[in-house]
Design a protein around this ligand. Structure first.
Ligand code: NAP
Length: 315
């Protein structure tokens, strides 16, 4: 077996790391831990294994003249400089579809957790508050108006689930989807004005940075709840905190943050906010499926075969 060297810029789970190590020489974050040693092996690195949160910039790609593939275990790849990769003949792959169910399940769970105060109710019972009186009333989610920002693979899985709750569903995206029986709004602000829940499920990156700003939050209004399962960068976090403090919106349920894993203290102190640590795809079943696809993409390229799921820019 030839000694093929690859660089992992993430912390892959054992069920990805072990098959990679069985076939390749894996340098685990060597570019960060030992730059001098990395400089020696860099000319031989033929693949990068990354996660949806990894940053792979043009500077790193330029140090790797033998690089052929950047395999992302995740669907979002906003941290990868795809243009720089393509310019060097490197294909970028990701793991779409296999995580749709989990992320859509979490979006619904977050809406329910916020509306029915699941976290707060759990803390209430544990703290022995119940004998002193009832928990304040929650909100009904079934039948409410749901606005989905991003109507791709996961957005459609969320809409499918929400329809079983009798929600009135509308959406915005870069383009309308005439085949879907849902109302399209041309902007996040016009959609927010017609929504009780505004769920964000677009990619991150420059095109969606702070798409949800103070104006969109004002449009969502004092009874509205914003749910972010996309990327922290999609919301202006400072404007969000201000809107929550001022009562411009009723609440938020957030799986992703601007500066993960650090969550602003202001959000952590608010009772009208539900917080989860970026767990959209975090089930054993789905992470295994993502790992298998990430491995197969990397392995296909290094075996001279077509990759299975290149990002759209590399198709
Ligand atoms: P997708 O199929 O590519 O769908 C993306 C949707 O976003 C499309 O409808 C697209 O519009 C829309 N969009 C893109 N740029 C936009 C913009 N500037 N303004 C408005 N809408 C825009 O992607 P997906 O598989 O559903 O995944 C979506 C994202 O979810 C990922 O990129 C990732 O960031 C996030 N995610 C989060 C987790 C988590 O753990 N929380 C897990 C997985 C994924 P068009 O349809 O018009 O192109």
């Amino acid at each position: 077996m030839p000694d093929i060297e690859i660089l992992s810029v993430a912390n892959p789970p054992p069920f990805l790391l072990e098959p990679l190590q069985a076939k390749y020489i894996v340098h685990q974050r060597l570019h960060e831990t030992d730059p001098a040693a990395f400089a020696k092996v860099a000319p031989k690195i033929r693949a990068i294994q990354a996660s949806g949160e990894s940053k792979v910039g043009a500077d790193l790609i330029a140090q790797l003249p033998a690089l052929e593939v950047i395999s992302v275990m995740g669907v979002g790849y906003d941290g990868i400089d795809v243009a720089a990769a393509k310019a060097q003949g490197v294909v970028v792959t990701h793991t779409p579809d296999v995580l749709n169910d989990d992320v859509a399940d979490l979006a619904i769970a977050l809406m329910l957790a916020w509306a029915r105060q699941i976290g707060r109710a759990d803390r209430f019972v544990r703290a022995g508050e119940w004998p002193k009186g009832p928990l304040p009333l929650g909100r009904k989610m079934s039948g409410a108006r749901l606005g989905i920002v991003g109507m791709g693979r996961i957005g459609q899985a969320i809409a499918h689930r929400a329809s079983a709750f009798g929600m009135k569903i509308a959406y915005t995206a870069r383009s309308a989807k005439p085949d879907l029986p849902l109302t399209y709004y041309p902007s996040a602000a016009t959609l927010a004005a017609q929504s009780d829940f505004l769920v964000l499920i677009t990619p991150g990156g420059a095109a969606t940075r702070k798409l949800i700003d103070a104006e969109v939050l004002r449009a969502l209004g004092a009874n509205g709840c914003v749910v972010n399962v996309a990327r922290g960068s999609v919301i202006d976090e400072t404007a969000l905190i201000e809107a929550l403090r001022a009562g411009t919106i009723a609440g938020a349920a957030l799986d992703v943050f601007e500066n993960e894993p650090n969550v602003p203290q202001a959000l952590r102190e608010m009772d009208n906010v539900v917080l989860t640590p970026h767990i959209g795809s975090a089930t054993a079943q789905t992470r295994r499926a993502m790992a298998d696809l990430a491995f197969n993409n990397l392995d296909a390229r290094l075996s001279g075969q077509p990759v299975l799921t290149p990002v759209p820019e590399c198709q």
